[in-house]
Write a protein that binds this ligand. Structure first.
Ligand SMILES: Cc1cc2nc3c(=O)[nH]c(=O)nc-3n(C[C@H](O)[C@H](O)[C@H](O)COP(=O)(O)OP(=O)(O)OC[C@H]3O[C@@H](n4cnc5c(N)ncnc54)[C@H](O)[C@@H]3O)c2cc1C
Length: 375
């Protein structure tokens, strides 16, 4: 055996899974087809919203635990990876989305405040709510630094003994009763006990059995010049998600001293596979967010000055695939994070580490099992 476990794909989930396993003393091989922290997949763009107050109980449970685990990664490495400016969820309190957010923060004791239109304007002046709208301010929320997290977790894994192969694409996995044989594009072969597939948008290429329930979404991030930069720092303009009528925008504060990021929540296209990914952005792709900004956020010049597409792997029920497949107990899927893998990421990596090491998982994860799709 070359190692106890191989992790295929060292992005969001894979990097932290390697860290988790190597911390426990499990021997790990990590494979990444590009460089660590690259910008062609789901973890680029400089920021991710860390949201605990979600409209899904499950998401809130995993992100509450992730908060603690991101802090552990920070302590273990001395790097700042998650800010603590909070997250706003804005909308009509009579909608299911807002009712569920309030249910989740109450059920999981998430420190929060519920603000009306005037109080929101006083505290966060760039948000002009419509009459009757409210904002839920989730105090555990913040901004995650995706590339730093991936690079930091992989570097720390290496220090702890993980062997990492970059620019090495896994081209085949062959499970049998005693382990798994792995083939790579540079014609190397490895033998391990278990394989974790954390290949993000390429998961259906690495494990084609999921092809009928897996989609690759191309999602565009857009950055803007604010009219007054001082109003968009995290203390005045934390992460937010706002649904007003049929407009849905999400955004993060200025983190590089210049630009604010706001995206249309629906700025996505479904691709047949990740290899179809096109980095060019058409004018059509940015019109929706431009219109939304004109209506909802007049403090921002509505023409984006930077637009970059990324990808994420989605499942048809928008819940991730977590756990062993019917085909082999030695193949664990950790993919299909469907647009919310960073907020839950460190908890999911912790679960991957436990499953691979044969430890008990404290969360209920049956509803995330690949077996729900007969896989
Ligand atoms: C634009 C955008 C904005 C988002 N915003 C948020 C947000 O604000 N908050 C939030 O919680 N979530 C957000 N998400 C979702 C979140 O970023 C993803 O769900 C998460 O990053 C997915 O992690 P992953 O590990 O599955 O994939 P990735 O991070 O993409 O990692 C997969 C890795 O596997 C590698 N790989 C694939 N195939 C192979 C192979 N055969 N051999 C070797 N390596 C391979 C890839 O190169 C890649 O590095 C956003 C996603 C996008 C795209």
């Amino acid at each position: 055996m070359d190692a106890d476990v191989a992790v295929i794909g060292l992005g969001t989930i894979g990097s932290m899974t390697c860290w988790n396993l190597s911390k426990k003393g499990v021997s790990v091989l990590g494979f990444e087809q590009f460089g660590i922290g690259h910008d062609r997949s789901a973890h680029g763009g400089g920021s991710r919203r860390f949201v605990v107050a979600s409209s899904s109980m499950n998401h809130t449970a995993f992100s509450k635990e992730s908060h603690q685990l991101y802090r552990e990664l920070e302590e273990d490495t001395g790097q700042q990876l998650l800010s603590s400016g909070g997250t706003l969820t804005i909308g009509d309190p009579n909608t299911d989305r807002m009712k569920n957010v309030i249910k989740c923060v109450e059920a999981y004791n998430i420190p929060h405040e519920i603000l009306d239109k005037d109080e929101t304007k006083r505290r966060f002046p760039m948000h002009d709510l419509f009459d009757g709208e409210i904002a839920v301010f989730d105090k555990l929320g913040g901004v995650l630094r995706p590339e730093q997290i991936v690079v930091t977790a992989v570097n720390r894994s290496r220090q702890l003994g993980a062997k990492v192969y970059t620019y090495t694409k896994v081209t085949g996995i062959e499970p049998d009763a005693n382990g798994v044989t792995i083939h790579t594009d540079n014609e190397q072969t490895f033998r391990v006990g278990k394989v974790i597939i954390s290949a993000g948008p390429w998961a259906n290429e690495v494990y084609p059995d999921i092809k009928n329930i897996f989609e690759v979404h191309r999602i565009i991030m857009t950055w803007f010049v604010p009219k007054d930069t001082a109003q968009f720092t995290e203390d005045k303009f934390p992460n937010f998600s706002r649904v007003s009528g049929d407009r849905h925008i999400i955004g993060t504060p200025i983190i590089d001293g210049r630009l604010v990021r706001v995206s249309g929540a629906h700025a996505m296209k479904v691709l047949n596979n990740a290899n179809e990914f096109d980095k060019n952005v058409d004018v059509q792709d940015i019109l929706e967010v431009r219109e939304s900004l004109k209506h909802l956020m007049p403090g921002i010049n509505p023409d984006p000055v930077s637009t970059i597409p990324f990808m994420d792997g989605y499942t048809t029920d928008q819940l991730p695939l977590v756990g062993a497949t019917k085909k082999s107990k030695n193949i664990l899927l950790m993919c299909g994070f469907s647009g919310s893998g960073f907020s839950q990421g460190s908890a999911m990596a912790n679960i991957a580490g436990k499953l691979a090491a044969g430890e008990k998982v404290s969360h209920s994860i049956d509803h995330l099992s690949p077996k729900r799709f007969d896989l």
